[in-house]
Design a protein around this ligand. Structure first.
Ligand SMILES: [Zn+2]
Length: 110
């Protein structure tokens, strides 16, 4: 998902990723919510471009307070989902290796 860095206005891939231009990454839940509002989930091409332009020119970026609040509430409800996926991605190959090892031992022993 394309998004706009709210620190420097650069285009980036993924609302919650670190910006490749300035290294800024949304930290707090509110920052994450604002970052998500600055993505193509919420904005069309023209909206993204206008937002990027405003950030680059140093203008204030004001989001709808209710939208930010409801996103923060969403983020508070599902903090474990990204961690679960990380464990799956990191742990999957490890589990496969262990299973292969057990299988190899079983074959050798037999
Ligand atoms: Zn940036």
């Amino acid at each position: 998902m394309r998004a706009v860095c709210l620190s420097c206005g650069a285009a980036k891939w993924g609302a919650l990723t670190a910006c490749r231009a300035c290294g800024a990454r949304p930290g707090t839940l509110e920052e994450q919510a604002r970052a998500m509002l600055a993505s193509e989930d919420e904005l069309d091409d023209a909206g993204l471009e206008a937002l990027a332009e405003r950030v680059r020119s140093g203008g204030d970026v004001v989001f709808d307070a209710e939208a930010v609040e409801s996103l923060v509430a969403d983020l508070e409800r599902v903090p474990v989902a990204p961690l679960g996926w990380t464990l799956l991605v990191v742990g999957g190959p490890f589990v496969a290796l262990v299973l292969l090892g057990v299988l190899a031992i079983a074959v050798c022993a037999g």
